[in-house]
Design a protein around this ligand. Structure first.
Ligand code: NAP
Ligand code: MG
Length: 404
């Protein structure tokens, strides 16, 4: 069979530990035999990040801005232990943080659904995609503990020197706590556009909730911005696509999500997204089945698995022991990137291949062949537990059976 030919490269960001091992297996078994794969390769493994003073991370983000589509392997975020393990010059920042800042993007996380791995919430039939606004609020706060009586005030000094003051609270002798948080109109607008674009892209309804009845300026500003951008820029296209934008109070959203069958994008303010993404991913069963895509307001896409480098399995692998690490989310990062590249370049065969590889992956699991993490939670009888490589080889077999 002829290999599928690509036009524009995908930016390939290699990574660390067990996921770096899976990365090569996926390419060798599932991609290179079928596609004349064109990538621009960046090694984001910690060793090379250290050698280049982390310049490689910035270069890979710039390449993503240039080409529009990237796929990223999980990478180590250095901590004290890694400083000695890798003899680092500096405690380099999280690559994801650097890339997200350079792309100014929003992260969308969605579970991969297969029969036999049932969500804990029994009415959830379709994925719930969480979009987290990753700027501001309590994550960039300024806070104080006050030990005695006194008055806390909000002060804003305008560029022209005009001062506006507002009382927060008059404390009694027992004191208390005060916190200042902010968000920026530009950042909220970018977040809203990312969400509306991704909803159109994936043809799913968009839900957004905040606490505007209590927070009449702060949360209300989020609600107003979303509403204004929707009315002015997206309403017509949403209508044509047959999808909806739905705003309600955050607590009402939570209640409705629990009763829903899923299938929507849930846009969350920063803190809500932090909390709710962990709830949604654990309710769907496994972190190893969660995909993640960073979308910039200008329409640049970076795909990855939501999990980390699976360090514990890597140490087993280094000792020569067999591992059974789940490669599904990393495979779906590749299929996401290939499909998007195919859409942007008008290569239907590439999109079809991405669909087929996803179907083959799901079909393999549904036939009872899976990695250990899934075997522990499946409702299927007598699952066959495969090692890391054999699982990928079984997917290849399924894929080859599906080839026309
Ligand atoms: P992790 O790599 O996500 O793994 C935590 C545990 O979850 C594993 O030990 C394993 O459990 C299970 N697990 C996760 N992915 C799995 C998979 N694909 N297949 C099977 N089991 C899986 O998180 P971590 O151990 O906290 O972090 C390791 C490194 O990853 C850290 O250096 C961190 O900085 C980095 N990290 C990177 C990213 C990213 O690049 N996006 C995200 C998060 C963390 P068992 O051990 O019980 O089998
Ligand atoms: Mg969290």
């Amino acid at each position: 069979m002829d290999k599928i030919v690509m036009k524009t490269p995908i930016v390939e960001m290699d990574g660390d530990e067990m996921t770096r091992i899976l990365w090569k297996m996926i390419k060798d078994e599932l991609l290179l035999p079928f596609i004349d794969l064109k990538t621009e390769y960046y090694d984001l493994g910690l060793k090379y990040r250290n050698e280049t003073d982390d310049q490689v991370t910035k270069d890979s983000a710039n390449a993503t801005l240039k080409y529009g589509v990237a796929v990223k392997c999980a990478t180590i975020t250095p901590n004290a232990a890694r400083m000695t393990e890798y003899d680092l010059k500096e405690m380099w920042k999280s690559p994801n943080g650097t890339i997200r800042a350079m792309l100014n993007g929003t992260v969308f996380r969605a579970p991969i659904i297969v029969k036999g791995i049932e969500p804990y919430v029994k009415n959830w039939k379709k994925p719930i995609t969480i979009a987290r606004h990753a700027y501001g609020d309590i994550y960039l706060n300024s806070e104080m503990r006050v030990e005695g009586a006194g008055k806390a005030e909000l002060t804003f000094t305008a560029a022209d020197g005009t001062v506006t003051k507002q009382l927060i609270h008059e404390f009694d002798e027992k004191g208390g706590i005060v916190q200042g948080v902010h968000n920026c109109t530009g950042s909220i607008e970018d977040f809203a556009r990312c969400c509306f674009n991704y909803a159109l892209d994936s043809k799913q309804d968009l839900w957004f909730g905040a606490k505007d009845t209590i927070s009449k300026k702060y949360d209300h500003h989020f609600k107003d911005i979303f509403n204004e951008i929707y009315e002015n820029e997206y309403k017509t296209r949403f209508g044509e696509a047959g999808i909806e934008y739905f705003y309600t109070l955050i607590d009402d959203i939570v209640a409705r999500i629990m009763r829903s069958e899923g299938g929507m994008i849930w846009a969350c303010k920063n803190y809500d997204g932090d909390v709710m993404s962990d709830m949604v991913s654990s309710a769907f069963g496994s972190l190893a089945m969660m995909t993640s895509v960073l979308v910039s307001p200008s329409g640049v896409y970076e795909y990855e698995a939501a999990h980390g480098t699976v360090q514990r399995h890597y140490y087993k692998h280094l000792k020569g022991e067999e591992t059974s690490t789940n490669s599904v989310a990393t495979i779906f990062a590749w299929t996401g990137a290939l499909r998007k590249r195919g859409e942007l370049d008008g290569i239907k065969e590439l999109c079809d291949f991405a669909d087929r590889l996803e179907k083959a992956t799901i079909a393999t699991i549904e036939s009872g062949r899976m990695t250990k993490d899934l075997a522990l939670i499946t409702t299927l009888k007598d699952p066959v537990v495969l090692n890391s490589l054999d699982f990928i080889k079984e997917i290849r077999k399924t894929l080859e059976e599906m080839q026309v």
